[in-house]
Design a protein around this ligand. Structure first.
Ligand SMILES: [Zn+2]
Length: 136
């Protein structure tokens, strides 16, 4: 296990490093339109990383078809790589998922996922970077 070093950058710095959409989602807790992310339907073997800091977040083997239009996973690569916190922003209680290293907003986790965990990590594809097995 490697100690995760926090990355802290200002809003302005992230704005320079990311596309407008990526910035809105990861920094302003935005949500991409469902079905717009090519990663949603991809099942190529590999790893999904944080688009901001390249922390490994999800394995393609934990990805499943949720039918929501967002890439969905039943577990993160390591619980240490993500932070889960209560989110009451829409007046309903949800659990927000953030990158543990750079605090990037990734999406939400719900309790209606498939076995073995029963969890559904509903992610914004724009917050992720896919690295295929051949590139690892
Ligand atoms: Zn990150």
């Amino acid at each position: 296990m490697v100690t995760v070093e926090k990355i802290e950058k200002s809003d302005a710095d992230w704005k320079k490093l990311l596309t407008k959409k990526q910035y809105e989602i990861t920094t302003k807790k935005g949500t991409e339109s469902p079905g717009t992310c090519p990663l949603d339907t991809s099942h190529e073997p590999g790893i999904f990383q944080c688009v901001r800091c390249r922390t490994d977040l999800f394995r393609s083997s934990s990805k499943f078809e949720s039918g929501t239009g967002w890439p969905s996973y039943y577990e993160p690569i390591s619980p240490l790589n993500v932070v889960e916190q209560p989110d009451m922003s829409l007046g309903i209680q949800r659990t927000e998922v953030l990158c543990a290293r750079c605090d990037s907003h990734l999406g939400h986790v719900f309790d209606d996922g498939p076995p073995p965990t029963g969890k559904r990590y509903c992610m914004n594809g724009l917050a992720l970077k896919f690295v295929s097995k051949d590139q690892l």
